[in-house]
Design a binder for this molecule. Structure first.
Ligand SMILES: NC(=O)c1ccc[n+]([C@@H]2O[C@H](COP(=O)([O-])OP(=O)(O)OC[C@H]3O[C@@H](n4cnc5c(N)ncnc54)[C@H](O)[C@@H]3O)[C@@H](O)[C@H]2O)c1
Length: 356
């Protein structure tokens, strides 16, 4: 959950950082089109409070495009068209652009056939997943997105990182904001570990293991070691099934063949998959929304725990963050300033007044 406004920090309208970051990406070698899509995704993540996948990623992505790990202009081609199932190739393009195009193909096809599954290989890190499923929800579809990721989780009984923390996201439209699940299958995403490392803080217990498979609170040991899966063996099981639905389905390979996003000269070899389900083809959109509204309001209004004030739907926190940050601006926290300045200096982009 996001903290309330911190008076010691400057707040800036998200569009300013979006435009500045876009200029850095272009200076690093991305096309205007690819940079616009990438910057919009990072803005959405930041507005939604997903800072681990927000504006702080401009540095990493600009290095990747400059060093050859990501190729721009991005092209997505069809490897096999099975009607409501398509296999695609992202040719090592920009992850956000590959992913957005793959979801758009799924949505367009679902409007004709009712449902479509697209799977894409040879992509790169796609950032936070919720923006893709929200595209589907905005088009009156249920949206589902999965990705594999660089290896971070050992299978139960193993000590080698073979699986990514493989985030997945589902958006179900309601008559107001969609219900949006967006989560990785590790107790904490690596981006959150990196944020605590940058702040010089210890990790909470139960987030990570070191390379010997022993519990650790040291962020660096976690980065070189293992992330703990959610819910014990169940998290391992979910992560493995998502490997099969992404790396195996697309032909791109398992997470153990995905390279770390920080290795900027090496293509990510990431695979993603998307599902869109058209509400109109499911029956009556009006009935569907009524059913979802009733179910979610019944759950929201059920008996509260003695120490609780409210029951939330998945996605509520992020929509609230977005509303607040659109009004107040985005906090320029010291680690974000450091990151943006480093990226701008690396690619000779003038540092604007608001960042000084
Ligand atoms: N591209 C990649 O390789 C990659 C890898 C890992 C994570 N990520 C991204 O990192 C982000 C953060 O992931 P995370 O696992 O830390 O997510 P998280 O733990 O912050 O949130 C998980 C989900 O729980 C919901 N939630 C939280 N509190 C709730 C409550 N009290 N009641 C109801 N719902 C609640 C949230 O709305 C969200 O849908 C995601 O956007 C994910 O896509 C991306």
């Amino acid at each position: 959950m996001m903290n309330s406004k911190d008076e010691s920090i400057k707040y800036v309208q998200s569009e300013k950082i979006e435009d500045f970051g876009k200029a850095i990406l272009v200076a690093a070698g991305m096309t205007q089109g690819d940079a616009s899509i990438t910057a919009r995704h990072l803005k959405m993540a930041t507005l939604r409070g997903v800072e681990s996948h927000g504006f702080g990623r401009f540095l990493m992505y600009s290095k990747r495009v400059a060093d050859g790990g990501m190729i721009s202009p991005t092209s997505v081609t069809v490897v096999h068209d099975g009607g409501s199932v398509l296999s695609l190739d992202g040719h090592n393009g920009v992850g956000q652009v590959v992913a957005e195009n793959s979801m758009k193909i799924a949505i367009e096809r679902a409007k004709e056939t009712g449902i479509c599954f697209t799977t894409v290989k040879n992509s790169n890190h796609m950032g936070a997943l919720s923006p893709y499923v929200l595209l589907a929800a905005d088009s009156d579809c249920i949206g589902i997105a999965f990705t594999n990721a660089s290896p971070r989780i050992a299978p139960v009984g193993g000590a080698q990182a073979m699986l990514g923390n493989n985030p997945w996201s589902i958006a179900v439209p309601t008559s107001t904001n969609p219900v949006v699940m967006d989560m990785a299958n590790s107790v904490a995403a690596l981006g959150k570990v990196r944020i605590l490392q940058a702040r010089g803080e210890l990790l909470p217990e139960g987030w990570a293991r070191d390379s010997e498979g022993m519990p650790t609170r040291d962020p660096l040991a976690a980065i070189t070691g293992l992330l703990e899966p959610i819910a014990g063996y169940k998290g391992y099981v979910i992560a493995l099934m998502l490997e099969l639905l992404t790396g195996a389905a697309s032909g791109g390979g398992g997470s153990y063949t995905v390279s770390a996003v920080t290795k900027s000269e090496i293509p990510g070899n990431v695979s993603h998959s998307f599902i869109a389900i058209s509400l109109d083809k499911l029956g009556s959109k009006k009935d569907f929304l009524q059913n979802v509204d009733k179910l979610t309001s019944d759950v929201r209004n059920s008996k509260l725990a003695r120490d609780s004030k409210e029951i939330l739907m998945p996605g509520d926190i992020e929509f609230r963050n977005q509303e607040t940050r659109l009004k107040e601006g985005v906090p320029l926290k010291p680690e974000l300033v450091k990151n943006l300045v480093e990226a701008a200096e690396l690619f000779s982009v003038p540092i604007p007044q608001w960042l000084r």
